[in-house]
Design a protein around this ligand. Structure first.
Ligand code: AMP
Length: 388
């Protein structure tokens, strides 16, 4: 195991790493940082929470000169992740005073023009970056490093065409770093097409079974909500995330929890970006303790001290189960991931366990005190598609 000092990181960054209290590099950092500083293309299979932001960030910050134009572009699938990566890079580069900006949809585009003119490093979602390219409001000639963060998710979300168009506008001679939890299908195609003799870095899954307890309850459909309330009231917990599959369920559960005296907020893709940021900030600062969310809204977020994950709905995509449970038991802490099933969830749950090759133990259902719903959704006659 190496120390940060042995990874060729310059002092200005090492000082912040020390201030942050990071004792030693994570596995992905140890393997990636020296190669990234050298300028190699890298293909890293890594889960969220593995320390990947500093793994790609250290080399970028080190190789970027203040005032030299946009020298690194980082693409992320979601707006929240863009914001989070920007905040993290800003912190690690504070001694170099680099200008780092994030651009994503849902925020006024005009306010981004000036920031893009001044930026040394840009983090953004593919749609908005492409928008700036089309408007000629982003200059990419100086880009020396491109990061595709959570590439699998980016492609799952249908960004492949946007990413390809962005690639065409970047200098040929550059370094590409691709981070992805899974490497197959379209990601493999992308690697073939865009990476130049990449070094492949794989790390152990960061879900430590000694730290993360998984389990499920099986109850009648009409007791699911009551069980959730019982658990939230009885379990000793810190921050809690409750996952639902649709915006509608997310609102429904959050509103009812609030009505039943549990401090909860919903977050999903139907809210404005401003509202999403405000809710996340409240959760980060522990002003609200229970976040009811969809996968889209929660993906890639790094929130410390989430003690419990509850799956109120079983995810339809088995990969989302892994992403959900990765929100807890981070950075050496303990966590629990609990799924609440009723008969109609069984098929889906079986698929989740099979696809991820995990066995999730059944838990004994406690005595459930029935809880009345306090908030009823308005009937929505024309809801065409379930949206997240
Ligand atoms: P990431 O995977 O980049 O989102 O990082 C996950 C979390 O781990 C963040 O809160 C980081 O601040 C933290 N972290 C990253 N590297 C280290 C490290 N070497 N030691 C301790 N914590 C770390």
């Amino acid at each position: 195991m190496k120390t940060f000092e042995q990874l060729n990181i310059e002092k200005s960054i090492l000082d912040v790493i020390k201030e942050e209290g990071f004792d030693k590099p994570t596995e992905i950092q140890e393997k990636t940082i020296p190669l990234a500083i050298e300028g190699r293309d890298i293909l890293a299979g890594s889960a969220t929470g593995s320390g990947k932001t500093l793994a790609f960030g250290a080399g970028i910050i080190q190789n970027t000169q203040k005032g030299g134009g946009i020298q690194a572009l980082i693409l992320t699938p979601t707006r929240e992740l863009a914001q989070q990566v920007k905040d993290s890079l800003k912190k690690f580069s504070k001694n170099k005073k680099l200008i780092i900006t994030s651009v994503y949809g849902g925020m006024p585009i005009r306010g981004q023009f000036k920031r893009l003119e001044e930026a040394d490093i840009v983090v953004g979602t593919p749609g908005r970056i492409l928008d700036h390219i089309n408007r000629r409001t982003i200059r990419l000639k100086e880009v020396r490093t491109l990061v595709l963060d959570e590439a699998d998710r980016m492609l799952d979300m249908g960004f492949i065409d946007d990413v390809e168009k962005i690639m065409k506008n970047l200098p040929k001679d550059k370094q590409t770093l691709l981070f992805s939890a899974t490497i197959h299908g379209m990601v493999a195609h992308m690697i073939e097409k865009f990476l130049n003799n990449p070094v492949k870095i794989e790390v152990e899954s960061n879900v430590d079974p000694a730290k993360l307890k998984q389990g499920y309850y099986d109850v009648q459909d009409n007791l699911k909500y009551s069980l959730l309330v019982n658990l939230l009231k009885k379990e000793e917990s810190g921050l809690v995330m409750v996952f639902c599959n649709t915006r509608h369920n997310t609102d429904f559960i959050a509103n009812n929890l609030s009505g039943n005296g549990i401090d909860a907020e919903a977050i999903h893709g139907g809210f404005t970006q401003k509202k999403r940021n405000r809710i996340l900030e409240k959760f980060h600062t522990q002003k609200v303790l229970t976040l009811v969310c969809t996968d889209v809204a929660a993906r890639g977020l790094d929130i410390q001290d989430v003690s419990h994950i509850y799956n109120y709905d079983v995810p339809t995509d088995p990969k989302d189960y892994i992403h959900r449970i990765g929100r807890t038991a981070r950075a050496g802490k303990k966590g629990e991931a609990i799924t609440i099933l009723s008969s109609r969830d069984h098929d889906n749950f079986r698929r989740v366990a099979q696809a991820n090759q995990i066995s999730i133990p059944k838990l004994d259902t406690p005595q459930i005190d029935r809880v009345n719903l306090t908030w009823k959704a308005k009937p929505t006659k024309f809801r065409k598609k379930r949206r997240r």
